[in-house]
Design a protein around this ligand. Structure first.
Ligand SMILES: Cc1cc2nc3c(=O)[nH]c(=O)nc-3n(C[C@H](O)[C@H](O)[C@H](O)COP(=O)(O)O)c2cc1C
Length: 289
């Protein structure tokens, strides 16, 4: 499969087959599911989400029904014509490989490895190139399908982590997950979120995502799927110029599902008005200037 187009990012809406179908019908080329683990997980105590500085801060804590409880939704979405990427996580490389193997039995278009949730207790994997390599390799040994490694912008050296993922056999890099942050309620004088720390998404993280993608572009050979704060066709063009082959949209999809079509149309008009005939002509172009 060619890595192209505008996808729904993990966790934001992709929780039931009916929502996945709606998002696809509204224009998302691919839908990435909520991250799924080996067993059901309740997640963090509330509040789990708050608005901040034009974006969202969430600490949902990977609430999910476990892979066995989720297979039916994936199957229904796929039978409804939705190209599904299943996002998986695990506390150990063996756990994530087991979840991946079960998910792969439904033949999704790819598996996305969430190595990077900033508020889960095992969030260290995506900071370490060797652990990232081990996790990706463990999954690649057990599945035949395409494997995408989703990285954290909180890593001090995102390029080293991406190289670890590539060495482990990742077919593409997804950059980036949310940025670690927190808010404090000044009346109650305590953290707003039940988990205290959460992950920031939406417009405030856009420049961070662009920087990560730009840094990665000529350091790795696999395609980059950009994600982080994209809300308009201008943002999408900028992210393509930094090096993204495809783009995922999360927070902006909460403001209306027309975002996928708006972005696609805007990018097409931009390409045409600048004399480009294909998106590949602008991917990573900022790096060549
Ligand atoms: C409410 C919410 C839940 C999320 N859940 C997940 C998740 O389960 N797995 C994951 O890999 N990323 C998760 N993310 C991160 C998004 O997939 C995306 O990487 C991030 O929000 C940046 O993109 P955006 O600014 O377009 O939202 C979540 C984000 C939000 C806002």
């Amino acid at each position: 499969m060619k890595i192209r187009g505008y996808w729904l990012a993990s966790g934001v809406l992709g929780v039931t087959a009916s929502i996945m179908k709606r998002v696809h019908r509204a224009g998302a080329d691919v839908v990435v599911t909520k991250s799924i683990g080996i067993e059901p997980r309740e997640g963090h105590p509330g509040p789990v989400i708050t608005a901040s500085h034009g974006g969202l801060l969430n600490a949902i804590g990977l609430t999910n029904p476990g892979i066995d409880g989720f297979l039916e939704e994936i199957d229904k979405a796929q039978r409804g014509g939705v190209p599904v990427v299943v996002s998986v996580f695990g506390a150990t490389s063996d756990d994530i490989a087991s979840v991946a193997e079960t998910a792969a039995s439904l033949d999704p278009i790819a598996l996305e490895l969430n190595l990077s949730c900033p508020h889960a207790e095992f969030s260290q994997v995506g900071h370490k190139p060797d652990m990232t390599m081990e996790y990706v390799r463990a999954v690649k040994r057990r599945v035949d399908c395409m494997v995408l490694a989703k990285l954290t912008p909180n890593a001090s050296d995102v390029v080293a982590v991406a190289k670890g993922a590539e060495e482990g056999g990742a077919d593409a890099i997804v950059a980036v997950n949310t940025l670690r942050g927190m808010r404090i309620d000044i009346q109650q004088r305590r953290p707003v979120l039940g988990n205290k720390v959460g992950g920031l998404s939406g417009p405030p993280i856009f420049p961070v995502a662009v920087r990560c993608i730009y840094d990665l572009y000529d350091e790795i050979t696999v395609p980059i799927i950009g994600v982080g704060g994209v809300a308009s066709w201008e943002d999408a063009v900028e992210m393509h110029l930094a090096g993204a082959s495809a783009i995922q949209i999360g927070t902006a999809a909460l403001g209306g599902l027309d975002v996928f079509e708006r972005i696609r149309r805007g990018v097409d008009v931009y390409l045409e008005s600048h004399g480009f005939s294909d998106i590949t002509e602008i991917i990573g172009e900022a790096k060549r200037s």
